[in-house]
Design a protein around this ligand. Structure first.
Ligand SMILES: Nc1ncnc2c1ncn2[C@@H]1O[C@H](COP(=O)(O)OP(=O)(O)OP(=O)(O)O)[C@@H](O)[C@H]1O
Ligand SMILES: [Mg+2]
Length: 227
């Protein structure tokens, strides 16, 4: 479906001692089956945009629709549900639970939607094995490399079968070789009718996406590729 996510005139102002217009009337749409990179200088609004798309942050004005449903940002409980069933999020610093094994980190996330532990564990095993880490089920995050931790974080993002994958500088902490591996996996996720959006400072990885969105000072500067 085209326009699985759409933003119309979305703005975000941070009002504190210094006011910042982090997003200025951004209008954009995203389609299933495609990958999108968001590039632009530090402070241009990439994370702000991703945080709104992940329903973690609230725009100051404008309309966000997911699967034709207009998001009501004040309905936090409903948005938590929408996020749990539609959106997988991958962070630069993995954000895995340190006291849980790789398998537990992934299977616990599965329990958020499906209360069956056995199903969740077997699904987690399948996904982790598919990402090449079946020898690492019982490792704790501190016993994994950066690239391995990020692949576990990707597995965690996939366990609830989300249509939307959002990643904010997912390889910012990785060496080139591990970063390339993680990006290959990320870009492949658009298969199965998913949509993948990632912010990166790396031009090579950005140009591997179907559509490159360049931001500057809270606005879209250019769109390269099919939306
Ligand atoms: N909580 C906040 N309060 C005030 N201003 C903020 C806040 N969060 C972000 N900003 C400002 O909003 C602007 C956009 O920030 P954002 O984090 O989206 O940039 P970015 O493109 O992700 O940058 P980077 O490449 O460094 O991650 C910046 O000028 C930033 O200083
Ligand atoms: Mg950022």
């Amino acid at each position: 479906m085209s326009n699985f996510i759409s933003l119309k005139n979305v703005s975000k102002k941070y009002l504190s001692n210094i006011n910042v217009n982090a997003l200025k009337k951004v209008t954009l749409s995203f389609s299933l089956g495609r990958s999108y990179s968001i590039v632009g200088p530090s402070g241009s609004g990439k994370s702000t945009l991703l945080n709104i798309l992940s329903l973690i942050d609230q725009p100051s004005s404008g309309i966000v629709k997911i699967n034709n449903e207009t998001i009501n940002f004040s309905n936090k409980n409903n948005n938590d549900k929408i996020r749990a069933s539609n959106i997988g999020i991958i962070y630069q610093s993995y954000n895995l639970l340190p006291d849980f094994t790789a398998l537990e980190n992934v299977s616990l996330a599965g329990l958020a939607l499906n209360n069956n532990k056995n199903i969740s564990v077997s699904e987690a095993k399948k996904i982790i094995a598919n990402l090449g880490l079946k020898e690492r089920f019982d490792h704790f995050p501190s016993q994994l490399s950066g690239g391995e931790n990020q692949r576990i974080a990707i597995a965690r993002a996939l366990i609830n079968k989300p249509k939307i994958i959002l990643a904010d500088e997912p390889t910012g902490n990785l060496d080139y070789k591990s970063a390339k591996k993680v990006f290959k996996i990320l870009l492949n996720l658009k298969k199965n009718n998913r949509l993948v959006i990632f912010a990166t400072h790396n031009r090579e990885f950005a140009s591997m996406s179907d559509c490159k969105i360049e931001m500057i000072d809270g606005s879209i500067r250019s769109i390269n590729g099919k939306i």
